[in-house]
Design a protein. Structure first.
Length: 456
């Protein structure tokens, strides 16, 4: 049984990823108990640069529609804001437009209207170029400085807005906010911060509940979680009676996706967790105290940009010959050399790359694989990226033919070294993007950073 909302506390129900699905009854139980905010993250850079570069959504439309429809109905019933961050996966304008279209269809199906704000954070390249000229962009994690050519080459550039970018819209009492790329915490923390709650506690609570049920046990996604923010602490609890939060589960999610266990950096400053304490107040709930905020000298947002890197073709096969497996390094080198020789004067060797993924040997960890022991079979994925689809397909086809018949010490059969599960063996995988902007940009006006639009 969920405790009913108390006076003086701010209650948020959070969904870890829009379109990943969640237990419907958890939503209705939370709404019945009382909430002040329904929050849903809808994006991440974890799936890689393709979605930002291409402008396509990360999650399929059917599941996105299912989750969003439920959240809209909950918003109507609860009468509180529904705030969504990083729409469509990458949070670019194309993904925002796609989610707005789905939302519009849902409202039409329900026969209702809502006051909707859209906060966009895709940047014009000229804005980024100007920031670079004015020395307002700094390296971040990769250590690589940003060059003007990187900005020009990017298909799309977004910025992870902070909490303040939601404030202009929140002051106008919207029913729903669709946000572009945002710090994962921002869609949860923006409203309670606007209401005056402690910044350190608010941001820390946002960090824990932004992934939904991952902060509870049994360990799994696909469910919601509740955060209760009070003057000097917050409480985390699952609405699903079959789940429970522990000191370990909540503390562990505090460390999730962090390089420093005691500092949580974000736009505008850092949450200092040095004096944070976790307390089990009953079998299902954890109380958190002591989290403090340290304001930064400069307010920065993280930039993400992706450029077209080429076109992919791949082939997948399996081998069980122990001699083939034992000589994989030599076989790979021979295949690359043969392709370069065969394609000499036809295809520029700098116009393509070949990568071998060897599942069963070191396909997951590559050169960092610590277990060095013979495998009895190997799954070989040959990944070719070319400047054009034609180059990728041609090189991949030659690589497939070469690995099928390449010689190696101890080879007995000549019919073929590898078994292919598909016909055709070559699979065209389309355009390939790579992150080429991953930097911090200093801004002067955090509240005015997003481009806010209204839909009635």
């Amino acid at each position: 049984m969920i405790e009913r909302k108390q006076d003086g506390e701010f209650v948020v129900i959070s969904n870890g990823m829009l379109g990943y699905g969640f237990r419907e009854q958890s939503l209705w139980d939370a709404v019945e108990a009382g909430v002040d905010l329904i929050a849903a993250d809808a994006g991440s850079s974890d799936p890689g640069p393709y979605y930002l570069g291409s402008g396509k959504p990360f999650v399929g439309e059917a599941m996105t529609r299912r989750d969003l429809s439920l959240l809209v109905r909950a918003q109507v019933q609860a009468g509180v804001p529904l705030v969504i961050g990083s729409a469509g996966g990458a949070g670019g304008d194309a993904q925002v437009d796609g989610l707005v279209r789905i939302l519009t269809d849902i409202l039409a199906d329900l026969g209702i209207t809502r006051k909707i704000a859209v906060v966009r954070t895709e940047l014009d390249k000229q804005v980024v170029q100007a920031a670079l000229v004015n020395q307002r962009i700094q390296t971040f994690e990769t250590g690589a400085p940003l060059a003007p050519a990187d900005i020009d080459a990017a298909s799309h550039i977004v910025a992870q807005m902070g909490c303040e970018a939601y404030w202009p819209a929140l002051r106008e009492a919207p029913d729903i906010i669709i946000g572009g790329r945002a710090w994962d915490v921002a869609n949860i923390a923006a409203l309670p911060l606007l209401k005056g709650y402690d910044r350190g506690l608010t941001l820390h609570m946002g960090k824990i509940v932004e992934c939904g049920s991952l902060a509870s046990r049994p360990t799994a996604g696909g469910d919601l979680i509740i955060g209760r923010l009070r003057e000097d602490h917050f409480i985390v609890e699952p609405p699903n009676p079959e789940r429970y939060c522990t000191v370990q589960s909540v503390a562990a999610h505090t460390f999730y996706e962090k390089t420093d266990p005691l500092m949580l950096a974000g736009p505008g400053g850092t949450v200092d967790l040095t004096h944070t304490r976790f307390e089990q107040i009953d079998p299902r709930r954890v109380k958190v105290t002591g989290s403090a905020f340290r304001k930064a000298d400069r307010y920065t947002v993280k930039l993400e940009g992706a450029r077209l890197a080429g076109y992919r073709a791949l082939t997948i096969g399996g081998a069980r010959d122990p001699n083939f497996i034992a000589h994989l390094d030599r076989i790979q080198a021979d295949i690359v050399a043969k392709i370069r020789e065969t394609q000499a004067g036809v295809v520029d060797p700098d116009s393509y790359s070949i990568t071998f993924h060897r599942y069963g040997v070191d396909g997951v960890m590559g050169k960092w694989e610590p277990v060095k022991q013979p495998a009895h079979e190997v799954g070989l994925l040959i990944d070719v990226i070319g400047e054009t689809p034609q180059i990728a397909e041609a090189v991949c086809g030659l690589a497939r033919a070469s690995v099928l018949h390449v010689g190696f010490p101890g080879r007995v059969a000549t019919a073929g070294n590898i078994a292919f599960p598909f016909s055709p063996a070559e699979i065209e995988a389309g355009p390939v993007y790579e992150f080429n902007i991953y930097h911090l940009m200093e801004i002067d006006d955090p509240e005015g950073f997003g481009r806010t639009e209204w839909l009635q």
